[in-house]
Structure formats: structure tokens, C-alpha cells
Design a protein around this ligand. Structure first.
Ligand SMILES: Cc1cc2nc3c(=O)[nH]c(=O)nc-3n(C[C@H](O)[C@H](O)[C@H](O)COP(=O)(O)OP(=O)(O)OC[C@H]3O[C@@H](n4cnc5c(N)ncnc54)[C@H](O)[C@@H]3O)c2cc1C
Ligand code: SF4
Length: 470
């Protein structure tokens, strides 16, 4: 039989079609179409099956990418899905939101050789979407029940992935979250056009059906402490993310109050989920007919500009103090934003607010110290942009988890993240583990999943060492 692989020189790299910008800006639906079976198999067949797969070593989960690409190319879709799901707790999420250009696909040998990357993320997403459609996803049904319980705080990707892994092992799992829905930033941060809300909601449903208990509206620090939870559960897993937003406090005499990015995005996501949102109805959190300026250059800034476009903003401008090449956000997201009509002002920092406008200080880069360079004010004149809504997307750090400890030994790093043993993610308090943005600072879904695996496997090992249940 002729090989179904190594087709990279004959078949061009072709990700799923992206809807035209003019069509996609009028709704919040995902922007790319799904593969069909033939196309997914064809694109998977471009894999060169390298001896040392750099895609795999640059995937935080170490996914066995060449293996599932080979199975997909051979039409063995169910097996491909099983292999892909064996290392990734949420392949359909990662296939959609990982910055593949910086991770697996950016390090694909076929890409490096100039043939265009193998579309790894799109195949990964397609495999799980197909598995869900075909009913291949294994329900969470532990082979045996264990006597121990684990309390998980935070129902984001880290908390949900740990809940699934631990419940499959038979632990009693309770997930606490201050929100009213599971998903964390997958539900209230990342917009629907990048990740359809049905995906985290479906994962939540599967956890409930598998026996995981959820307590919503429960806030660590207000409704309980780490020490209190530790007394109630045999182990505690903290995954409360990073929600303290960096703010600018711009000078100026104006009634315009800049919004924090998550305030804006959460309101938009809630509207999409059908919730009443007072600030949105009143107009304060709605970009419709406004001249919107977003400050920042990461993925959160890209989500804000693209949400503002979809809400019907009059103009949308992104201010970034460095250049395009050194933006922290994914280049793919910047490209999407540009094609949707967003204007970028590089080397530009906000200086002052005035009625109906924002004044802008031109910046320059001093490269004498190397690296990404130091950003300094340039001598050029301060200029201004008309603005009715200013959104700050400048990054986050974790809220003070030590203050929620209730006497448990929770120590913070100078960055405000929780100190944890890198091998097990156990904190200074025995039996208390931490994961995701709370430990790393603002990061990626795929890293939160990786942490969930590390910490839940450490919990499983710990109890296996104490005693094997009958
Ligand atoms: C706007 C935006 C866009 C992003 N886009 C991408 C992207 O495209 N790709 C990507 O890979 N990553 C993206 N990220 C980053 C990614 O979402 C995070 O790295 C990831 O969600 C972290 O997972 P987590 O489980 O650690 O925390 P979170 O997802 O933040 O979940 C934490 C959970 O803890 C709960 N919680 C917080 N404090 C408390 C408390 N005191 N008590 C009880 N519950 C609490 C919260 O309600 C939340 O449900 C984005 C982030 C933002 C903000
Ligand atoms: S999890 Fe992310 S980095 Fe890993 S293969 Fe999937 S898309 Fe690539």
C-alpha cells in the first residue's frame, strides 16, 4: 500500500477555511469552519514523521502528534482521537485556542523547511469534535470508589481537568467557584468567536454526570479558607487563576473612566450566554457606535478589539508601546484583528485622558541592552485620538492567595504567584496543591492543563503510597 504520509511537498498546507471578515464581524460565531474527514486526513498526511518531532517537544503536554496524525491520515479516526485524548484533557479547546504558531506548528519541521506547517491544531480539534459527534467520548465512570475527597477551588481549565482526572480515579470531588458557571476564563474571558461556549459547558455537564459536585457562588477568602477546606477534604487543589488587573490611572479631567479588559469581556460573554447585564444595557459596557481605544498588545487586547468590532463600534484602535514584532500576543490574532478593521498604533503609549479623546505619547526602543529593548518616550509630539471608550488590557497577577490561607502555609513568590514544588505542585502546606495561572501568572490554557495533570497525578501517587483501597 502506498504511504499515506510525507505528502508535504505534494499537498499544500491548508487550515480550515476562515469566514470572510465582512461576514464574521456581524456575529460572535467561531471564525473557522471545521475540517471534513477527507480534508483532515489529507492535511494529516503532510506529516513528515520526523525521528525527533519538534512539534511534540514544543507542545506543553508532549502530545504524541505524529502518532495521531498518522492514524488520522490512515482514516483510523477513532484511534487517532484516543491517542490524542490520552495526553490532552481538552484537545478540542487546545486545537482552538493554543497559539500554535508559537508552539507545535511554529516548530514543525515541514514548516521550517518552507513547505507550510502541518495544521496540527485544526486536526486535533477535528478529532475531538468528531468523537463527540460519534459518541466515542468515554463517560466519567470510576472503576472503584475511593474513600478520600478532594476539594478543588476554581472551575477553570486547571480545576476542571483535575476534577476529571481525580474523579476517574474514584476520588470524591467537590469544585468550588465564585462564579455561577464552570469554565473560568474559557467561559467569561475568551470570546465565543475563538471558543464556542458550548465546549466548556459540555465539559461541565460531563463532570456533573460523572459525579463531580459543584458549589458555585462560593468564594475562597469570603466563604472559607484554605485551612478550612483542608480540614474538610483529604487534599485541596487551588486553581483560582490571576484576576488582579494592572491599571494605568491615567491623568486628565474627564468623565470617561477606562474599563478593565475583563469587565468588558465578561459583560459581552454574559450577553452571549443570555444573561441580563445592566452595564451593557445602560451602554457603559457596550462598544456600539463608540470610538474605542484598547491599550495593550497581548491576547486579551486582541479579544477586546475584536469584541468591540462585533458590538458595532464606530472605530477601534489598539495602542501598543512596542512594535508588531515584539507583541506578546499571537501573530495570527493580530492578523485577524487587522482584517476585521482594527487600526494598530505601534510605539504608542496613552499619556492623558481628555473629554472625547486620549492623548498619546510616541515611544521608541533602546536596543543597547539587548533582548526586547527598553521602551522610552520619543521626542516626537504628543498626539491625540478621539475616544468614547478606553479599555485597559495590560495584564493580570493573582489575587493575594496568602490572605485566603486561614493559617495554612501558603507562600507567595515576589510576583504574587503561589510557591509550589515544580515536580508535584504541592504548596508549603502538605496536602494542598496549586496549578494554572495562580502558580504561573497569566499563561495559557494548555499550561493550566499540564499543571492539572502534574498535581492530580501527585495526589493519586500520594494516596496510593499511603494505602491501597480494598
Ligand atoms: C481575555 C483572555 C483571553 C485569553 N485567550 C487565550 C487563548 O486564546 N489561548 C490560551 O491558551 N489562553 C488564553 N488565555 C489565558 C487562559 O485563559 C488562562 O491561562 C487559563 O484560563 C488559566 O486557567 P486557570 O484554570 O488557571 O484559571 P481560570 O481560567 O482563570 O479559572 C479560575 C477560576 O477560579 C475562580 N476563582 C477565582 N478566584 C476565586 C476565589 N477567591 N474563590 C473561588 N473561585 C475563584 C474563577 O471564577 C475561575 O472560574 C486568555 C486569557 C484572557 C484573560
Ligand atoms: S495542545 Fe496546543 S501545542 Fe499541543 S499539539 Fe495541541 S495545539 Fe499544539
Amino acid at each position: 500500500m502506498a504511504s499515506r504520509l510525507l505528502k508535504f511537498s505534494k499537498i499544500v498546507s491548508q487550515p480550515p477555511a476562515v469566514r470572510e471578515a465582512s461576514a464574521r464581524i456581524s456575529d460572535f460565531e467561531e471564525i473557522s469552519d471545521a475540517f471534513i474527514q477527507e480534508k483532515a486526513a489529507e492535511q494529516a498526511s503532510r506529516c513528515s514523521q520526523c525521528g525527533i518531532p519538534f512539534c511534540q517537544s514544543h507542545c506543553p503536554l508532549g502530545n504524541h502528534i505524529p502518532d495521531w496524525l498518522q492514524l488520522a491520515a490512515e482514516g483510523r479516526t477513532r484511534e487517532a482521537y484516543e491517542v490524542s485524548a490520552s495526553t490532552n484533557p481538552m484537545p478540542e479547546v487546545c486545537g482552538r485556542v493554543c497559539p500554535q504558531d508559537k508552539l507545535c506548528e511554529g516548530n514543525c519541521v515541514v514548516e521550517k523547511a518552507g513547505f507550510g506547517t502541518v495544521t496540527i491544531g485544526a486536526v486535533e480539534r477535528w478529532l475531538t469534535d468528531t468523537a463527540v459527534r460519534e459518541g466515542w467520548v468515554r463517560p466519567i465512570a470510576p472503576e472503584r470508589e475511593r474513600p478520600e475527597s478532594v476539594g478543588i477551588v476554581g472551575a477553570g481549565p486547571a480545576g476542571m481537568a483535575a476534577a476529571e482526572r481525580l474523579r476517574r480515579e474514584g476520588f470524591k470531588v467537590t469544585v468550588y467557584d465564585r462564579y455561577d458557571r464552570a469554565g473560568g476564563l474559557m467561559i467569561y474571558g475568551i470570546p465565543n468567536f475563538k471558543l464556542d461556549k458550548s465546549i466548556p459547558l459540555r465539559r461541565h455537564q460531563a463532570l456533573v454526570e460523572g459525579g463531580v459536585e459543584f458549589r458555585f457562588g462560593w468564594e475562597l477568602g469570603r466563604d472559607g479558607s484554605v485551612a478550612g477546606l483542608r480540614a474538610e477534604h483529604d487534599a485541596v487543589f487551588l486553581a483560582i487563576g490571576a484576576y488582579a488587573a494592572r491599571r494605568l490611572e491615567l491623568p486628565g479631567e474627564t468623565n470617561m473612566k477606562p474599563l478593565a479588559a475583563l469587565e468588558f469581556l465578561t459583560a459581552s460573554n454574559r450577553k452571549g450566554l443570555g444573561d441580563p447585564v445592566e452595564g451593557f444595557e445602560a451602554g457603559d459596557l457596550n462598544a456600539r457606535d463608540k470610538r474605542v481605544v484598547v491599550v495593550g498588545g497581548g491576547d486579551t487586547a486582541m479579544d477586546c478589539v475584536r469584541t468591540a468590532v462585533r458590538q458595532g463600534a464606530k472605530t477601534v484602535t489598539c495602542l501598543y508601546r512596542r512594535e508588531r514584532e515584539t507583541m506578546p500576543g499571537s501573530a495570527r490574532e493580530v492578523k485577524h484583528a487587522e482584517s476585521e478593521g482594527v487600526t494598530f498604533e505601534w510605539l504608542s503609549a496613552p499619556a492623558r485622558l481628555a473629554d472625547g479623546k486620549i492623548e498619546i505619547q510616541p515611544m521608541k526602543l533602546d536596543m543597547s541592552g539587548g533582548g526586547r529593548g527598553r521602551v522610552l518616550p520619543d521626542d516626537g509630539p504628543v498626539w491625540s485620538l478621539e475616544a468614547d471608550m478606553v479599555i485597559e488590557a495590560l495584564g493580570f497577577s493573582p489575587e493575594d492567595a496568602a490572605a485566603m490561607s486561614g493559617g495554612a502555609s501558603i507562600h507567595l513568590t515576589p510576583r504574587g504567584t503561589i510557591e509550589a514544588d515544580p515536580k508535584t505542585l504541592q504548596t508549603g502546606e502538605p496536602g494542598v496543591y496549586a496549578a494554572g495561572d495562580l502558580v504561573r501568572g497569566p499563561s495559557l490554557v494548555v499550561w493550566a492543563l499540564k499543571d492539572a495533570i502534574t498535581a492530580s497525578d501527585a495526589i493519586v501517587r500520594h494516596f496510593a503510597e499511603i494505602k491501597e483501597p480494598a
